[in-house]
Each structure stands twice: as C-alpha cells, then as structure tokens.
Design a protein around this ligand. Structure first.
Ligand code: ATP
Ligand code: MG
Length: 509
C-alpha cells in the first residue's frame, strides 16, 4: 500500500471557516494526489475560494488541519505555504507591467551582486541567464516588457513564477475567465505538460467541459460542506457533474426561436454607417424582442461594437434610429442610458461595484432615477426592485443589506447583472453575462433574459461560451477585422459553424 506521504501532496482534515455566524466551510476533508489536476466544484458561494485561501495560507481556519506531503502544517501564512511549494495563482495576474518578463519571473528574488562600495545591485546578466533557462520552450521572451503580453501569457508567467519559486501544488481559481477559447486550450496544454513533470494542480471552474477535459479527480462543495468526491472522472458526463454540483438534475434552457413573440420591426433599432476605433458597420438592425449574439476574436470588433453603442468607444460617424427617433452615437454612457441602452461590462471591477455598500445599494445604483420621485428615493419602489433581482438571481446572502464585499465572486456578478436589468432598458448589451456564474443560476439568467425579450427588450450578447450562445440567441453575427462578416439565423446556428467562422479554426475538444 502506498504510504500516504507519497500518494498525497496535500490533505485537509475537517477544515472549518466561520465568518461571524456564517459557516463558509464546515468540516471539509479533501485529498489531493501527486501529479494530478484536482477539480474543485460547487455553486456560487459554496466555499471554493474560501477553501483555497486556507490551503494557500491567505486565511487561517477556525478549526481543522492541513497536511502537506504527510506532514502537518504548523501555523498558516502565505510565506510558509509558498516555502512548502503551495502557490495560489490569482485571477488577476500579479504582473508588474513596466518590468520585463525576466524581472517578473523572479520578482523579489533577483540575483544580486556587490556594486560600488557595499551597495548591492541586481545582477542583470545573471537574471537574464536564469530567465532564459527557465523560459526555454515556453514561448515567452524574457526581454519583452510584461505589458506587451497577452492574457494567457500573463497567466503562464504567473504559473512559471510559482514553479521557479519551487511550486509543487498550484491553485488556479477560475483561471480561464479572461481567456479566449484558443488561449484556454493553450493553458491546458501547458498544465498537462507540467503535470507530466510531477506538478499538481487544484483547478476551480464553472465549466463542465473544462473540468472533464483536464481534471483527473474532483471534490464538490455545497453550502460549505463536502458534497461528493470522485477519484477518477474519466467515465462521467457533463450532466453527472451538474447533478453533483446542484444536487439535482439541471434542465438546460433552450430559447424557443420559432414561437418568439413577433414585435413590429418599425420599433426596432437600426445602426447605419458606424465608424469608430476598430469597428466599421454599414448596417445593423435588431428587432424588439430579438437576441443577437456577437462572436469574434479579440479585436475583431464584436466588443468594440457593443462599446460604441454605449458611448465607450467613440464613434466618428454613424447614427442610430430607434422607432421615430434618430440620433448620433452616444459619446458618453449617460447619453446611451437616457436612450434606454444599458451595458454589462465583462469586468465587474470596471463596472464600479462598490464592496463597501450593500447588495441593495449596488443593485439600484444605476436606476436611482427610476426609484425616486422629485429626487427623493421611494423606499418602497426601491425595495421591490431589489427584492426582484435578489430573489430571481438567487443571490447567496442572508439579506440585501449585506455588504457586497462579503459575497463570493459569482454572487457579485449576479448583483452586477441585477443592476443593469433594474434600469429597465430597451436595448441591453451583455458582455460575458454569466462569467463566474454557476451552472444552475446560468440557466436561470437565460430564462430571465428570455422572459424580458417577450416584453420587447432587444438584447446583444457577446460571449465566449458558445454553448450559451447557441442555446439563447436568435441570430449570430460573426465579426472579423472590425466588420460583420457573416450571420447565422435559426436552425443554422451551430457551435462548430460559429467556431469555424469566428476563429477560423475547429478547436481541439
Ligand atoms: N470576508 C467574508 N465575510 C463574510 N462572509 C464571507 C467572507 N468571505 C466569504 N464569505 C462567505 O463565504 C461563503 C463562501 O464564499 P466563497 O467565496 O468561498 O464561494 P465560492 O465557492 O468561491 O463561490 P463563487 O463560485 O461565486 O466564486 C459565501 O457565502 C460568502 O458570502
Ligand atoms: Mg470563488
């Protein structure tokens, strides 16, 4: 029988983490084998990020212990866990943009030499030589300024930095959130090659296909408790995984394109002659109640078009017709807002969520005009709006008065979405609306948007989640080189066809 010290790189024993009277983790014991990729699954607020913050030493548990390579860990702090070889690769890559790749790789561990007098200076030559050796075969150039790196290259650099510092167990908490499909496959290939060299990973994701594609084993959390674990997931299906996470079958939502309520097209939106940075669209229309998906590589114009409509990518030419009204492009979100256009950005930090305000305040922040009369906030109206989205989106908190900062990542995203929906827009632009949202609530979001379109809302969805795209839109516009190159409607909307058209390639798996 294998000695536990060689079989497992890390084990947790009855870990408990309480915040005031809320148990974020409740007696969780998991076992991570060496040279494996271990998936950590669970609904929004289940405790995944809390668990990895304990494993990486960021937070101390209320109760419980951790063993690393068979030895019990004494005390909890990041330095100590890093010394053992446990690294949390954060979602926002910790990269100093102004420094070179080599400097970033050895951040804070630069080789030094004696300079004039007794002054120590960084030994640039040794630094570069070390970096060249460490980066061989990774495709990263040690001399490049870090600011020129792509999102996936920054993520790789973070992983390499951890390895270079002796990393044996790397923790990735939703690492694919800012990556394109191609970048994601690239990252997975990189992880597999490191696994073959003996590195272990904890990998958190809400995407079943990612878990099934890369993980060997999984642990599932539900309400802070371990709800299931599987040592070998090679024979399980995506439905099995969803059921493990939610505790019941999750029926996928499919928009009924055929019986879509027909609204008079005269009230729709028409864009003509748009010219803005990285985008030029001669003609685009969207009918009331229609959902149009935008797909394309970064820089293809898909995001830029959405930004232009909302006044964040300044149009030099072009105008919009909505019903009987015709105007130039908004040069500021305020103008777009006034015309009934709302926008959900793919970055909730940029969207200005306020951690130190309550969930309720964050939901109504953009729609204060709607819940106030003569400048006085109508408390009753405000409560109704808040309750609607708090309940509908199943925000996991005891009450809407809870501070936003105490919510899990996915629950913050729900609040963001609630905020744009609360503005009661006529044209809604959603950039990665379900990023970070769990498999159950994702279906609920699709249902809510579908229901709103039946009241006449027009929706543009920009998403890299093509399964989501295929199930929820009426039409797909493919952007290439700043223009709409192709369209698919109805039954022609197909994942492979979109992949081929938008990315020029059929991606592996
Ligand atoms: N600082 C804190 N104060 C109070 N409660 C907290 C704090 N940090 C986390 N929690 C609570 O702990 C629970 C677990 O949160 P955690 O962030 O671990 O969830 P998660 O599984 O990572 O979810 P997500 O998929 O949304 O990222 C949540 O109910 C959250 O509200
Ligand atoms: Mg989390």
């Amino acid at each position: 029988m294998a000695d536990s010290s060689t079989e497992y790189i890390l084990r947790t024993h009855n870990l408990v983490k309480r915040y005031k009277n809320v148990a974020a983790l409740d007696h969780v014991s998991i076992n991570i084998r060496r040279s494996t990729i271990h998936g950590l699954l669970g609904e929004n607020g289940a405790g995944k990020s809390t668990l990895v913050s304990l494993i990486s030493g960021l937070t101390a548990p209320t109760e419980g212990t951790i063993t690393f390579a068979g030895e019990q860990v004494q005390g909890f702090d990041v330095k100590q866990m890093e010394a053992l070889g446990v690294f949390l690769v954060t979602q926002e890559p910790m990269i100093v943009e102004s420094m070179s790749v080599a400097d970033n790789l050895m951040l804070g561990r630069w080789p030094v030499k004696r300079g004039r007098g007794l002054m120590k200076t960084v030994d640039q030559r040794a630094l570069l030589a070390n970096a060249v050796a460490a980066l061989e075969g990774t495709g990263l150039d040690p001399r490049m300024p870090a600011r020129t790196l792509s999102a996936v290259a920054k993520r790789k650099l973070n992983i390499l930095r951890a390895l270079h510092s002796g990393g044996k167990l790397l923790i990735l908490d939703e690492p694919t959130a800012a990556l394109t499909l191609a970048d994601r496959d690239h990252l997975f290939g990189f992880m597999r090659s490191l696994k073959a060299q003996g590195v272990s990973f904890v990998f958190i994701s809400h995407y079943n296909e990612e878990i099934l594609g890369i993980c060997d084993a999984v642990s599932v959390l539900r309400n802070g408790r371990l709800a299931g674990e599987m040592d070998d997931i090679s024979s399980i299906t995506s439905d099995n995984l969803s059921e493990l996470v939610i505790g019941r079958d999750v029926p996928l939502f499919y928009r009924d394109r055929a019986t879509r309520h027909a609204h008079a097209t005269s009230e729709g939106w028409r864009v003509e002659g748009l010219v803005a940075p990285n985008i030029a669209v001669g003609n685009f229309t969207i009918a009331p109640g229609e959902i149009v998906g935008f797909a394309g590589l970064p820089g293809s114009g898909a995001k830029e078009f959405g930004l232009s409509l909302f006044g964040l990518n300044h149009a030099k030419q072009g105008h919009i017709t909505h019903g009987a009204q015709r105007y130039g492009f908004a040069q500021h979100p305020e103008d777009a807002f006034a015309r009934g256009i709302a926008y959900l950005s793919d970055d909730r930090h940029r969207d200005g969520l306020v951690g130190l305000q309550s969930i309720a305040q964050n939901i109504t922040l953009s729609s204060l005009g709607k819940v106030s009369r003569a400048g006085v906030i109508d408390a009753f109206a405000e409560k109704q709006v808040v309750k609607r989205y708090f309940d509908h989106l199943r925000v996991k908190a005891v009450a809407p008065s809870v501070l936003l900062g105490a919510l899990s990542g996915g629950n913050q995203q729900k609040v963001c979405l609630g905020r744009v929906l609360a503005t009661d827009p006529k044209l809604l632009i959603l950039d990665e609306p379900t990023r970070g949202i769990d498999v159950g609530v994702k279906e609920e979001v699709h249902r809510i948007i579908d229901a709103l379109t039946r009241e006449g809302l027009s929706v543009i969805v920009i998403t890299s989640d093509l399964d989501e795209m295929v199930r929820m839109v009426d039409r797909v516009c493919i952007f290439v080189g700043g223009q709409i190159e192709q369209e698919f409607t109805g039954a022609d909307i197909d994942k492979d066809a979109i992949l081929q058209a938008a990315f020029g390639t059929a991606l592996a798996n």
